[in-house]
Design a protein around this ligand. Structure first.
Ligand code: PEP
Length: 249
């Protein structure tokens, strides 16, 4: 669908001290040449302490800045948490919610993830809602069912103002990727589920693939129907690799 501009999003996870991080962001901005800019959206999601600096540095570059998580509440007695409003106030425009690492290590349920997506909407941030099956679930032939359930319960009702990232847990940080056919089947399944629920508006929702996307495999993965971009972990920490992935979109 030509109406969906590809989005290449970098999830830096817990990597980034200000001096080297600013250098990498500068390289990404410098390397985002006008030809690429015309066809592909870039997003960098650094750790929260860097959001404000990154947003200031990226002004005018058309590289968007996003956060990796947010709390569902706008403010309050939640020590250590960061609200969607604070992320927007820092200059970011998007936020990842429901990453598998947060689901696994912080016990985030689909309901919690939906609450965070709603918080993003409230703060006028675009949520990138992550879903994906484990190795065990895929081996048991349950990948579609598991992801379908996660998607249904993690996406809030209302406008189609979100991005979805399909990230098989077993493909994250492992160098493993599903077959192109498995990605195509999953993305078609997700598109179909969203269209049944939201109608034609779901045609505009960008569905990203994530899990060991590298310059060497980006071309094949991004060419798959209904893959509208990538959520990139490890390779997003190296400007040349991140830009090479964007160049393949
Ligand atoms: C991620 O954590 O979102 C991710 C896709 O990581 P990697 O690219 O390193 O597999």
């Amino acid at each position: 669908d030509g109406t969906r501009r590809p989005l290449i999003a970098g999830n830096w996870k817990m990597h980034g001290l200000k001096v080297p991080a600013a250098r990498t962001l500068g390289e990404i901005i410098e390397g985002y040449d006008p030809a690429l800019r015309a066809g592909v959206d870039l997003l960098v999601c650094p750790p929260a302490p860097l959001l404000h600096m990154f947003s200031v540095v990226a002004v005018g570059s058309r590289v968007a800045i996003g956060a990796q998580d947010c709390h569902a509440e706008p403010l309050g007695a939640f020590t250590g948490e960061v609200s969607a409003e604070m992320i927007a106030d820092a200059g970011a425009t998007m936020v990842i919610v429901g990453h598998s690492e947060r689901r696994a290590y912080c016990g985030e349920s689909d309901g919690v993830v939906r609450g965070k997506a709603l918080a993003a909407r409230r703060a006028r941030l675009t949520p990138i809602i992550c879903v994906g099956e484990t190795r065990q679930e895929r081996d048991a032939g349950q990948a579609l069912e598991v992801v379908g359930t996660q998607l249904f319960a993690s996406v809030p009702d209302g406008p189609c103002d979100f991005v979805v990232a399909y990230e098989p847990v077993w493909a994250i940080g492992t160098g493993l990727t599903p077959t192109a056919q498995d990605v195509a089947d999953m993305h078609a399944f997700m598109r179909d589920g969203l269209c049944k629920r939201f109608g034609a508006a779901a045609d505009g929702v960008r569905l990203l693939y994530g899990g060991s996307v590298k310059p060497a495999n980006a071309g094949e993965l991004l060419a798959i129907a209904d893959v509208d971009g990538a959520l990139v972990g490890g390779a997003s920490l190296v400007a040349a690799d991140f830009l090479a992935i964007a160049g393949a979109a």
